[in-house]
Ligand binder design. Structure first.
Ligand code: ADP
Length: 444
C-alpha cells in the first residue's frame, strides 16, 4: 500500500469530522479523504440547527423537553417508516452530542423550533449566525488541534475488500493519480446523493429536471462504493425537496420569509396553497402551477423584518415594484387579479382565519408601498435513504449481516429519517452517528 493507517474516513462533513475526532481520541491513527477543495460538505450549508432534548442549554433557557417527545416527533415526521432502533439511539444521544460540541468550544447556545418539533430543541449559535459554518468551524479546530490529516481534492473510488474483510480504499488525487490507503477500518461519511441527477432520477423519476440545494460533491459515492461490495440499501426512493429554492441557481430562500408573512402566488396572480404546510405539500402544489414554480410575494414590512431579504436583493433575484400595478406589469400578471388576491388575503388576515387554504399563522397582511416577488421552485434537498447500518454504525449487507471493518454515518446512511426528515434532525444525527462510527472503528 502507498499509505497505511488505522482508520480511513471518506468525507469531511459533520459525520466524518466527528468520527475522526472520536477514533483519534480512542488512540487510533486516522486519515480523512475529501474530494472537494474545501472541508465541510453539505454540513457547511446548513441553516437550521441541531435537534436535541435534555441539554444544559435548554435547561438554562427554561425549556422542557424529553427524549421520548423527540423520538415521537421524529417517527411521526418520518411517517413511521424510520428504523426505531436507530431513532432511539439518535434521540438518546443527541443531548450528549450537543454537550460534546460545547466542550469543543462551539457556540450552540440559542434554541429555536423548526417544523415538526413539539418543543424548542434546535440548537444554533447565539446572535443569529448560521449553524453549519459554526459546526464545521468547531469540528475543524478540534481536528487541527489533534493533527489529524485531511487530504483535500482526494476522491475515494473503491473500497478494498477481500474474503469478507475490509482492507482500505483506492483513492485518486487531483492529477488523476491513483493510490491505496491500507486500513482495517473504513468509515463512509460521504453524504447523500442530492447533487447526482442520474441517481436521483433512477430512484424517483418525478425528479427529472429538478435543481438542487446540495453542494456539487453530494453524488452518493459512498453509497455506490458500498453497494458494490454488497452493502444493503434502505429507503433510497425517499428524497426530500425544499419548496423555495431559486430555479436559476439552486440557492435556498429561508422558510422565514413565509413564516414572517409572505404569500405564494402563481403566474395568474392567485394564491394556491397554505404557504406553511409541510415541505412535501407545498412542493407538490407548486409543481401543479404553470411553469412548475411559485412567486413568493411580500411587502416592505416583511423586507424590514428579515435581514436575509437584503441578501436576496443583492443577488438580483428579487423583482420589485413601487405598487402592485407596477409589479404586476413587470411580471406580466393581470394587475386587477393581483390586487384582488391581496385584498382577499388582507381580509383573511383581519378575520384571523384562512378560509381559503387553512394557513394557521398569518402574522401580517400585504401593506401598501413597495412590493416584491422572488420566483421559487422545489429543489432536491435531502436524501433520506442510504446504506443500512446497525446501532454501532456497522454497515450491513442485504441479509442484515455485518460487513467487518466497514462503518457509515451521516447522510450516506438510510433509515433514521424514514420518509421525511425534520429540520434540525440531520445535524444532530450526523454528530451522534459520526461519533458512534469513530468509536466502533477504534474498537475493531
Ligand atoms: P455528512 O456530514 O452527512 O456526512 P456532508 O455532505 O456534510 O454529509 O459531507 C460529506 C462529504 O463527503 C462532502 O464534503 C463530500 O464532498 C465528501 N465526499 C463525497 N464523496 C467522496 C469521495 N468519493 N471521496 C472523498 N470525499 C467524498
Amino acid at each position: 500500500a502507498d499509505i497505511q493507517t488505522d482508520v480511513v474516513i471518506i468525507g469531511s462533513g459533520g459525520a466524518g469530522l466527528a468520527a475522526a475526532i472520536e477514533a483519534h481520541d480512542a488512540g487510533k491513527e486516522v486519515i480523512v479523504l475529501e474530494k472537494m477543495p474545501m472541508v465541510g460538505g453539505n454540513t457547511l450549508r446548513a441553516t437550521g440547527g441541531l435537534n436535541a432534548a435534555g441539554t444544559s442549554v435548554q435547561a438554562e433557557l427554561g425549556i422542557e423537553d424529553s427524549v421520548e417527545v423527540h423520538y415521537e416527533d421524529t417517527m411521526t415526521g418520518g411517517y413511521d417508516m424510520n428504523n426505531p432502533e436507530l431513532v432511539q439511539i439518535f434521540t438518546e444521544n443527541a443531548s450528549d452530542a450537543v454537550e460534546w460540541l460545547l466542550e469543543l468550544g462551539g457556540d450552540f447556545n440559542d434554541v429555536g423550533r423548526l417544523g415538526g418539533s413539539t418543543n424548542n430543541r434546535s440548537h444554533r449559535p447565539s446572535g443569529g449566525a448560521a449553524v453549519g459554518p459554526e459546526l464545521v468551524r468547531t469540528l475543524r479546530a478540534a481536528v487541527e488541534a489533534r493533527d489529524i490529516e485531511i487530504m483535500i481534492e482526494t476522491t475515494a473510488i473503491e473500497i478494498l475488500s477481500e474474503d469478507g474483510k475490509i482492507g482500505g480504499v483506492v483513492a485518486m488525487n487531483k492529477d488523476g493519480q491513483e493510490f491505496t490507503v491500507a486500513a482495517s477500518a473504513v468509515i463512509l461519511a460521504t453524504g447523500g446523493f442530492g447533487a447526482n441527477s442520474t441517481m436521483l432520477v433512477e430512484w424517483d423519476s418525478a425528479l427529472e429536471g429538478f435543481g438542487t440545494t446540495n453542494q456539487p460533491g453530494a453524488t452518493g459515492d459512498g453509497i455506490t462504493m458500498a453497494a458494490a461490495i454488497g452493502a444493503g440499501l434502505v429507503d433510497m426512493e425517499e428524497i426530500q425537496t425544499h419548496p423555495t429554492a431559486v430555479p436559476s441557481n439552486g440557492s435556498m430562500i429561508t422558510e422565514a420569509v413565509r413564516g414572517n408573512g409572505a404569500i405564494l402566488i402563481n403566474k395568474d396572480g392567485q394564491r394556491f396553497v397554505n404557504e406553511l404546510a409541510t415541505r412535501d405539500v407545498v412542493s407538490e402544489a407548486m409543481l401543479a402551477q404553470e411553469g412548475e414554480i411559485g412567486l413568493l410575494f411580500f411587502g416592505d414590512d416583511i423586507r424590514e423584518s428579515l435581514s436575509a431579504i437584503e441578501g436576496y436583493i443583492k443577488q438580483g433575484i428579487v423583482t420589485e415594484g413601487s405598487s402592485i400595478e407596477e409589479l404586476a406589469g413587470k411580471l406580466g400578471i393581470d394587475a386587477e387579479t393581483l390586487q384582488g388576491t391581496v385584498d382577499t388575503y388582507n381580509g383573511l388576515v383581519d378575520s384571523g382565519v384562512d378560509a381559503e387554504f387553512g394557513r394557521d399563522d398569518m402574522p401580517r397582511g400585504i401593506e401598501e408601498g413597495n412590493v416584491y416577488v422572488i420566483e421559487v421552485g422545489p429543489a432536491v434537498h435531502h436524501t433520506m435513504g442510504g446504506v443500512r447500518i446497525n446501532g454501532s454504525a456497522q454497515v450491513l449487507n442485504a441479509d442484515g449481516e455485518v460487513i467487518q471493518g466497514l462503518f457509515a454515518a451521516g447522510e450516506a446512511v438510510g433509515g433514521i429519517h424514514g420518509g421525511n426528515r425534520l429540520g434540525g434532525n440531520a445535524l444532530a444525527d450526523i454528530i451522534v452517528f459520526g461519533r458512534v462510527a469513530g468509536q466502533s472503528a477504534a474498537d475493531l
